[in-house]
Design a protein around this ligand. Sequence first.
Ligand code: ACO
Length: 345
Amino acid sequence: MKTEKSQTFVNPRILGGNATRTCSIAGVGSYVPDRVLSNIELEKIVDTSDTWITTRTGIKERRMAGPEQYTSDLAAEAARRAMAHAGITPDQIDLIIVATITPDTPFPSTACWLQHKIGAHRAAAFDVEAACSGFLYGLEIGQQFVMTQTYNTVLVIGAEKLSSIIDWKDRNTCVLFGDGAGAVILRNRPQSHGLLTVCMGADGSKTGLLGMPGGGSRCPASHESVDERLHFLRMDGKETFKHAVTAMCNAAREALHRCHIEIGQVACIIPHQANRRIIDAVTERLHARADQVFVNLEKYGNTSAASVAIALDEAVRAGRIHRGDLVLMVAFGAGFTWASAVIEW
Ligand code: ACO
């Protein structure tokens, strides 16, 4: 799988240029529902065990949204926290980008549901779908609008209610996922470096390995599609695992290469939180130290587009990231898609 791209973006300030406009993360916030679903509880739902889940994935528990708590509700709470952190009000937001594979409705977008909920009435709003890479895809799109001076303030959110597409009869997948949301506010901040680069990639030949077969134009909802359980997430875990490690390593290396930095200079690495064994394999192959890597998947499982955003917020609040630190984020998901980003905090 190739992740090298001929086109590269490098913030000119890194190369000693005089860029006056940079795109920074001015605020970050996250939200997970209160309801905790432990591995022990899952033992009562499917043929699994705490030992299997812990040793094969590292996950101990995950959060579940309530029946009347939708993706936009999780996103709204994360957005409010990010706005408070940035010290801005909803009317200052120019654009809302929501990355999700579990939208409130196929249309209108979750971003529009959210816009009304948080009262960001001036903002344009749309969704991005790149599965677990979606938040970093959103970051790149948002950054482009800030850097071109189209917008000053962009809200980027990764939010998922994955419990709404989990097949609770499939032990291969139902133990892996959880609900939650993470948000950042992007703004021009001339005194800092901000986002140095975002790399994105995709391999559409692997669409069959991970996805939800029903509900789109290929397979509209019908009695048959419901009976065949086609409206649930399906994954070939083993194949996905192999591709995830390779693509995440390549994407991380590409981002570091673009910025002319070595892995040892990175203060905090935030990988997509899908499986502890994937994170360990990526850490080893990148020759990173374990103490550079932020991991919280034992508490939340895989929250897809929300995972990197929630981890970034928790790393900031835990004092793992300080002003001037280099932060590397890397993700992989259905599509397949992958993405990486380097920030000078
Ligand atoms: N409890 C007990 N046994 C189980 C469970 C379970 N929950 N799930 C599977 N098993 C069994 C399988 O049936 C299999 O049994 P068998 O050998 O008798 O057939 C055995 O355990 C081993 O299964 P494997 O598939 O070999 O397990 P593996 O070590 O590959 O782990 C896992 C599975 C955790 C899914 C792993 O492959 C993985 O993490 N894959 C990548 C996930 C990922 O990164 N997804 C990308 C993002 S997700 C997105 O985009 C939405």
